[in-house]
Write a protein that binds this ligand. Sequence first.
Ligand SMILES: [Zn+2]
Length: 551
Amino acid sequence: MIRLVVVVAAALTTALLTATLASADTVVLRDRTVLDGSVSKSGESITVAGKKFAKTNVLLWEDGDGVAQYSASFRDHLDGCYALANRERLKLCLAALPQAIASGAGAHAWELLAAAADSGLDAADEKTWRAKIGKLKPGTGDFKIPGQDVLAGVLAKRALAAADDDQEKRSWLLLRAALQTGVENEDAQDLLDEVAPANWRVGKPYNRRIWLDWHCDVIQDGMRAVGRNQPDIQRARGLWRDENGETVKLWGAQTQEITFITRMSESNIVSMCTKYAWLSCKSLDQMFKTDNPQRDDNDPLVIWFFENRGEYLRVHTGASDGGGNFLAMSAGFYSPSSNTSNFFWLPGRVRSVRNTFVHELTHHWVDRRNPRANPKDLAVGGERSVVPGFWIVEGFATFIEEGHYDIRSGNWSHFNPKASAIDIIADLSKQKKVLDWANLLSLTQVDFRNPEKLEQKKRHAVIKKKWALRPQPIVAIRLFYEQSAATCHYLYWAENGKYRQALLDYVTNFYCARTEKTDIKNAFGLTPEQLGANVEKFCIDVMNGWHPPKE
Ligand SMILES: [Zn+2]
């Protein structure tokens, strides 16, 4: 009989244990309600303690150890953690309140009540507590008011849980959120020491937080950090020097599209630039997509990003291409021989940096990643420099530069009614001061560099949409870029995209030096004069509100 009781007791213990485990899960709903209980998931719903919720209504489901079992996004996970921290804070406040009241610490009681209300105490309960505290004198006692420390604790615990669960990315993001509360949390510090590389020496002073920030910004877009011994980093390290001629620490981030190398420690700037680079390349990948790709050697485009002009000049002075005077005047350049796009940061000039960035990367992309060009057929620079139709090189890069790239949503549009090219050509068209179209569309790169081949007369244009109301001087070289870009805007968008494929083919044919195919009439079925007239009319139409149906 006794034995039997023992057996039953053991069975009961097991059953109890199982029940405890099963009910240890926590679910946070989108309205911040926190539920505990046994959880199961099926298809698009999650059932907690017998109640069923659509996954879209669930921010976070985690087990008793704080390991996330489900959360649609990091944002949801984080919001779920805030809700859990609020619940914990509320519990702590309500536990301390009776003691504060009993000991007559009125001031602290009010503070605890305010913190509780802030953490979601319901109005009726608040009223009851108010009545209880109301008669107290404003004394204080030994009461800690739970605040950001609770949030830091909740986040650090989840960061540790994610690390233990091999969720590296989630763990870093949660750790950063924990550190951002500004509260020293031991768990968070330990984890940071553990994950940040011991040899990390960046910024002044040496700071592991920078490493974490940078990693978090970079990995949020599906990028990965580039190892110290990766060949692209090593190659850059061979050339990169600081003010004293010493080698510098470099680091990098990589996607399928780009490898980004810099020594800059401002993670927000690096992150923004990598996102523009990545997004503009992605837009080109999509634009040139073909069922019959001609290349599969799609190495990422290598980008060197300098923290200032001095560093940029120091590293590139004496470079075999893109060097010399040109370099001092440039804001960036693409070097075909070294397969790098090069840029530097200009404080306060985000738009300008971004534009240079997208422009040079477009040159880079067309040369290295265009799936419609077989690498064997691509002409080298010298061969290409005598092919008529150089307008496509600068026009196309400027057209892509003038697109709209939303790095937050990851969307883009190549139609931009505020594009300078459209604005300027519309104005100069009315003044009958554009460059001769037949000449412009037939120039080679060599011709373009010869001032006698471009009409140098003085021109001023009112660039309305950029809010420069006074006429701006437009030199011939600039006008060549704008007119060429306007031509691309037209060929891409006009007549429901009738010329779009011909435009993309023209890009490919020029880069492959197929001279006969760069003839305007052959390529588009229009004479250069007709094409020019159409472009001018298109620009005026856009300025008057015309816009295309969706891309
Ligand atoms: Zn260019």
